[in-house]
Design a protein around this ligand. Sequence first.
Ligand code: 5GP
Length: 189
Amino acid sequence: MEKKIIILTAPSGAGKTTIVRKLLASMPVLSFSVSAATRAPREGEVDGKDYYFLTADDFHHKIEIHAFAEYEMVYAGKYYGTLKSELERIWHDGQIPMVDIDVKGALAIKEKYHDNALTVFIEPPSLDALRVRLSERGTETKDSLEERLAKARYELSFSHEFDKIVINDDLERAYEEVKRLIQDFLNIK
Ligand code: 5GP
């Protein structure tokens, strides 16, 4: 099988995690690409499953040895990156990596893998809807909520650079649409 990649990007709180979970459950060919990150684990997050939680030193060492397909400082002082070894592991298992990363990372991967990468932007119906969802999730402080909303506003300005845009007005509908896009891209039904 060709070394294809699916990249899903959305502002934090746009419903992307739920869509990713449903896709992984219904499409066995997809395998979640676990990113490396230097932020602290949230309640319930597991090292090696949600992220490879690294110290800043370890992360910088991996930058030096060119271990990343892409990496970014996504939030002030917090680094996130896609490990080449993670993509290779998934391809080696005969699966397709599902990469859940921010706008810059998505566009960097697209530039590197061209037609072998499908980039999908999940758009929230509005910024107000996003504020409500983030508040209800209860994982943010007032400052980090504002930081995430500012980032969302910025990220939305790049949505047209993605191969496909899917508006998450209804979770089930958005999921079905993304699934169809992936099936078309991979030539599977
Ligand atoms: P969170 O801290 O909420 O888990 O993730 C914050 C942001 O980092 C999200 O927008 C997520 O898509 C992005 N992110 C997660 N992993 C990666 C990665 O490997 N590379 C890049 N560039 N962004 C990532």
